[in-house]
Design a protein around this ligand. Structure first.
Ligand code: PEP
Ligand code: MN
Length: 287
């Protein structure tokens, strides 16, 4: 047993040694471009939208409102990783088409999750950025395949992944030649049950210390509680995050997925006002 553990630790050390994500080999912070939006520069980039694409009306009304309130990228899942196979699984390609149409209408680039290597081709036809979700952070074939595309990737931290494992997952993507990777802290599983996850904001300075990649935070999945999202969003920006991804729904009480953690349109508008001041206080801006 002992020998296996020593071997696996040694393997981790060996893997970390040539890591391209580590500052010492790549001192310049990476800028990740999603169409004309730059993540990792002076501007704090806000990604907002529903958990899942449900209908044209839901997506369009939400997108128009978040866009007016300075969100720069639209989120929305078409392929949803649900805990129960009987829960709403997303609209699939139909949802991707809605994302593309609303993107054209609003000018917002779109990010959406790809859960399986077999979905990469179709998702690439419609999305501007590929999301690899928490449950798939350890899916190495998927990481390699998104690494072979030339789409920017939003990589979410596995809910039970260490910082080292998270950075090595990013390394899988980079190793295939795709250096457009954004890291996203979205909460980890701990003994605490009062929140959906424990949002590890110490991951923000740590990831920025160890890596040149931009770091964003998801306070929606990080807390699971819509009333707590503004406090943690502000704290994330104060801690040095390059952006936020948040769930916003035009009718949270009717959402098919994650309504309890979604901000309403007025709540999002208010939060954006507050975030502007926090960003300025830490030498950043929300344009
Ligand atoms: C999501 O952002 O839609 C999502 C499912 O998040 P996570 O993978 O972090 O659970
Ligand atoms: Mn969700």
């Amino acid at each position: 047993m002992m020998e296996t553990k020593i071997n696996s630790d040694q393997e981790i050390i060996d893997c970390l040694a040539p890591m391209k994500t580590v500052n010492k080999t790549k001192p310049e912070p990476a800028l990740v471009k999603v169409k004309d939006i730059v993540i990792g520069g002076p501007e704090i980039i806000i990604i907002a939208g529903p958990c899942a694409v449900e209908s044209m009306e839901q997506l369009a009304e939400t997108a128009v409102s978040v866009s007016k309130n300075r969100a720069k990228i639209l989120r929305g899942g078409a392929f949803k990783p649900r805990s129960s196979p009987y829960s709403f699984q997303g609209l699939g390609e139909e949802g991707l088409k809605m994302l593309r149409e609303v993107s054209i209408r609003t000018g917002l680039p779109v990010v959406t999750e790809v859960m399986d290597t077999r979905q990469i081709e179709v998702v690439c036809q419609y999305a501007d950025m590929l999301q690899v979700g928490s449950r798939n952070m350890h899916n190495y074939p998927l990481l390699k395949e998104v690494g072979m595309t030339r789409k920017p990737v939003l990589l979410k931290r596995g809910m039970m992944a260490t910082i080292e494992e998270f950075l090595l997952a990013a390394e899988y993507i980079l190793s295939q030649g795709n250096d457009q990777v954004v890291l996203c802290e979205r909460g980890i599983r701990t003994f605490e049950t009062s929140t959906r996850n424990t949002l590890d904001l110490s991951a923000v300075p740590m990831l920025k210390h160890l890596s040149h990649l931009p770091v964003i935070v998801d306070p929606s999945h990080g807390t699971g509680l819509n009333w707590m999202v503004p406090a943690m969003a502000k704290a994330a920006v104060a801690a040095g995050a390059d952006g936020l991804i948040m769930e916003v729904h035009y009718k949270p009480e009717e959402a098919l997925c994650d309504g309890q953690q979604s901000l309403s349109l007025p709540e999002f508008a208010q939060l954006m006002q507050d975030l502007k001041r926090i960003a300025q206080a830490v030498g950043r801006q929300i344009l």
